[in-house]
Design a protein around this ligand. Sequence first.
Ligand code: HSE
Length: 429
Amino acid sequence: MKPFGIGLLGCGTIGSGVVEVLHRQRELIRRRTGFDLRLVAVADPSPERLAGLPLDGAATHADGLEVVRRPDVDIVVELIGGVRIARQATVEALRLGKTVVTANKHLLADHGRELWAAAQQAPAGLFFEASVAGGIPLLKAVREGLVANRIRSVRGILNGTCNYILTAMQETGAAYADVLAEAQAKGYAEKEPALDVDGIDTAHKVCVLAALAFGCPATTAQLPATGISALCAEDIRWNLDWDHRIKLLGLLEREGDLLRGGVSPVVLHEDSLLAKVDGVFNAVLVEGDIVGQTLYYGRGAGRLPTASAVVSDIVDAAAFRLMPQDAWTPRWPVADDPVTLRPLTFDQGRFYARFDLPEGPALAEQAVRAALARHRVPVQALQSGGFSPGSRVGLLTGECRRKTLESVAAEVGAVAAPLLLPVRSFTSG
Ligand code: HSE
């Protein structure tokens, strides 16, 4: 069989991993699939990043569009990152009928509809396994393994950086800012960590999952996203004392024709599966109407785990190029039933609430308990502690309304908006 020509755009951390995997596993993949995946061209504006890589004779370019337009490139692998240039290169590749593999969740979240339309029009293939949950073959599982299901919910830890920070706060008792600085020093967190810690990276991944699992393309503007930067050491420690963990989750939950989606730190009992996922790992619970609940776990980021997903997509892209046009192919999005996206707002339920008050702990606790009793908010656990010059009071509630807890904060003279996190348990339906 004629080799498939691969053109790689962007040779940073993930790109260099893809070069390495294609070099190391080319023969293995050929034996397993019959496909000879040949890297024919690589583009990167910094030639020094290409030095020392096992390029196996691939041509090097500074301009990605030159690679896209090469006649010997069948499959374009977009690992440029960002949106503007990546979008231009991807649209051009699809227009030329090339098959595109991308890890770019930001591009898919902002321009997924346009890219899919371009792919359909060409027609061309568009594969994006590495855009969500890194090395975990999550999208393939949803698209193919669960093809007989209507998906009811997708809930998961989708950002390794945030999970690393929350785990380190849990294990060391350190403050958020100190743990973030350490994560940056170790290279886990970016120097500009806002995309991760503000929940935006998770929201991008939720957008991709909304399209794939529910046929409902979403943009980040439609999804409320709260990150982890408002969490303090007491939030983590008190929940630990109460056998609970705080995890940043991406959530999509379907009820009839409504799909509720969002990103938030969520309080989980320590026995729940997602509460046990620590460090840089990702884990995603997907519930289908036929299969029930399924769980996917693994490394959601990093050079080789992400390259593993990209190369798996390259194999799928090669198979796609051999298929007759009317054969079943992974399509995105497929709206099986009309569904309307609404923000997941956590207006009612159980909460972890933290109030910051100007008084010392004893007076603050007394005031909070009295206000909660007046509003008949059930209290399951409560602690108070230092916060100079005032104090903090944290508690787990029974069923109540978010608005009630906001009223409590106003009545006790809280010095800032209360931290209100949903307490959830996810059981199979
Ligand atoms: N910054 C992301 C994370 C990389 O920490 O999960 C993978 O998308």
